[in-house]
Design a protein around this ligand. Structure first.
Ligand code: OAD
Length: 250
């Protein structure tokens, strides 16, 4: 039995022509990948971002940073998309224009079959060189915490293809995300604490532009002023809303 709020979101989705879905680490939690800010299991409850996710950290201890991202890459590769990712893919197959903007680097939206995913914080499955940003191939033999490859063009060490604190987001990804937030009829904000900018402001941008905004999160502290709040895990809430919006679609 769905709540009134869930029914309102289902109705808004049914009438929408353009939907934007903004996701964060919480969408992948049910695939077994840790979030960042869970007080017990989140990465940032165990490590300091300043030690692992900044250019300064890499300069200070490249092997430590490389090792951490290799471990995360192999966890992401082993993980399977969950019911939340799959519901978003299904939404893309029903509504004419659905843009997925993710802060995640794990590739699970794509593994679920979603297309055109905007990766605001890059991808853990790509690497480039630290000094000059030369694109590098991630060969199977290099994909190891014990082997840190160097750039064949300039000799600089490889770094993960993600955005670190203190770095600019990729221009095109950011511009497309802002456009998608500004032009949608409905925005779903799923599994993000809404702390890290500029992703965090995409929901309020959508609201300002008149979109219907709904937040999906098990933690009520994630309520966004002006948006509706759907309390619960993405893997339950999203399939429930889709089922209510389109009961005949399988
Ligand atoms: P956070 O760890 O900050 O937030 C994850 C959110 O997911 C929290 O609000 C949880 O309550 C929620 N959550 C947990 N389980 C969920 C579930 N099953 N379904 C739905 N929601 C769930 O992660 P992000 O907001 O993604 O950046 O963090 C943003 C950025 O901060 C990351 O991209 C990363 C991090 O530092 C960099 O590393 C640059």
């Amino acid at each position: 039995m769905l709540s009134d709020t869930e029914m309102q979101v289902a109705q808004a989705l049914r009438q929408a022509k353009r939907v934007t879905v903004l996701t964060g680490a919480g969408i992948s939690a049910e695939s077994g990948l840790p979030t960042f800010r869970d007080p017990l299991t989140g990465y940032w409850s165990k490590f300091r971002p300043a030690d692992l996710a900044t250019p300064v950290a890499f300069r200070r201890d490249p092997e430590l940073v490389w090792r951490w991202y290799c471990e995360r890459r192999s966890a992401a590769r082993a993980a399977k998309p969950n019911a939340g990712h799959l519901a978003i893919t299904k939404l893309q197959s029903i509504v004419p224009d659905v843009t997925i903007v993710t802060q995640n680097v794990d590739g699970l939206h794509q593994a679920a079959g979603s297309t055109g995913v905007i990766e605001l914080h890059g991808s853990i499955h790509s690497i480039r060189c630290f000094d000059r940003d030369h694109a590098m191939d991630l060969n199977q033999e290099d994909d190891s915490p014990d082997r840190h490859p160097a750039c064949p063009q300039c000799g600089s060490l490889a770094r993960p293809g993600v955005v670190w604190f203190g770095e600019m987001l990729p221009d095109e990804a950011l511009a497309r995300s802002i456009a998608a937030a500004s032009a949608c009829d409905v925005m779903l904000v799923v599994g993000t604490s809404g702390i890290v900018q500029p992703a965090a402001s995409l929901g309020s941008r959508a609201l300002t532009h008149g979109a219907f905004v709904a937040v999906v999160n098990p933690d009520p502290r994630s309520v966004m002023p002006g948006g509706l709040f759907l309390e619960g895990p993405a893997g339950t809430v999203l399939p429930g809303i889709l089922e209510a919006a389109w009961p005949d679609s399988k």
